[in-house]
Design a protein around this ligand. Structure first.
Ligand SMILES: [Cu+2]
Length: 300
């Protein structure tokens, strides 16, 4: 996907240099709708499915899209086969650079990790990223020049303090025990409602556990681990849905705007969501069941 040319026009999207970056730019374009909203789960399910289709159809990939099982290596992410820096990993930590602070980690009062600089091991050593960085906008609007070309290295700062607190099996079990879709959405974003001091759920926590580029609300798909992280988000939603077909399969809550402002109407199964150049618009009802509509997959 890095070597294939983009389908987006580089005159309009100067920071898009590859087919892979078509996906990054699409995520940027819809960021203010698809996060902390009623379309978060469905949009990201379809986004990683489109990525898997592209791997198969355009790159002759014959496997499945793997998921990052957060809890398996929460005690030490650097020992995970995903991030140990080996040739079959998704590359390891960034080079030590204490000047590079991960804001989401600092905001939790936790120590920074040992990285911060350029990813230097494994298959993505030397990977160039071009979009962003975006700083969380107070007004939640898409910034100007959102698709400008800004070449630099992929950076990481692996943080085991974050993974131990927010990505462990207890967190996963509590998420799967969510009583309804409101509880599920709250727990995956903000942690259990009965434990407000937890502050972060496993979805944002995992983004900051790798620091820097994966933390970027807009451009996070620039880190290839994004697709596997959202594989786990989708696995959690799928397992939770399967555990009560009657009440959970079609459950929706929220609007199609970030943080569900009161001016935006609640989504329904008829609500359309968009994927730009990646796919035709879809109705939410198409995105609710991994064994229906265009899909045919399950999780082990
Ligand atoms: Cu996203």
């Amino acid at each position: 996907m890095n070597r294939l040319p983009p389908k987006l026009a580089t005159s309009l999207y100067p920071g898009v240099h590859s087919r892979r970056e078509d996906f990054v730019a699409t995520h940027i374009n819809y960021t203010t709708q698809i996060h902390a909203s009623g379309i978060f789960l469905g949009w990201h399910r379809h986004f990683i499915w489109l990525w898997e289709q592209a791997l198969r159809d355009e790159c002759q990939y014959s496997g499945s899209l793997p998921y990052w099982n957060w809890a398996l290596w929460a005690s030490d992410m650097t020992t995970s086969p995903l991030f140990d820096g080996s040739n079959t990993s998704l590359s390891g930590d960034g080079l030590p650079d204490p000047t590079q602070i991960v804001p989401g980690v600092a905001g939790l009062g936790l120590p920074q990790g040992n990285g911060g600089g350029c990813v230097h091991s494994g298959p993505f050593a030397g990977l160039e990223v071009h979009l962003g960085p975006f700083h969380f906008p107070k007004d939640y609007q898409l910034p100007e020049n959102a698709f400008a070309d800004n070449p630099r290295c992929l950076t990481r700062n692996i943080n085991n303090y974050v993974s131990r607190l927010y990505m462990n099996q207890t967190v996963v079990d509590r998420l799967l025990a969510s009583s309804d879709i409101v509880d599920f959405q709250h727990t995956i974003y903000h942690g259990p409602i009965e434990n407000p001091s937890q502050k972060r759920g496993p979805h944002p926590a995992t983004h900051i556990s790798l620091g820097m580029d994966l933390e970027d609300l807009f451009a996070s798909p620039q880190d290839p681990s994004f697709m596997l992280h959202h594989g786990m988000v989708d696995r959690m939603w799928t397992m939770w849905q399967e555990s009560d077909e009657g009440d959970r399969r079609w459950a929706l809550n929220g609007t199609d705007r970030l943080n569900n402002p009161p001016t935006s109407p609640p989504v329904t199964l008829d609500t359309w969501v968009e994927f730009g150049a990646l796919d035709r618009p879809r109705q939410l009802r198409e995105l609710m069941d991994p064994l229906a509509a265009s899909y045919c997959y399950h999780y082990s």
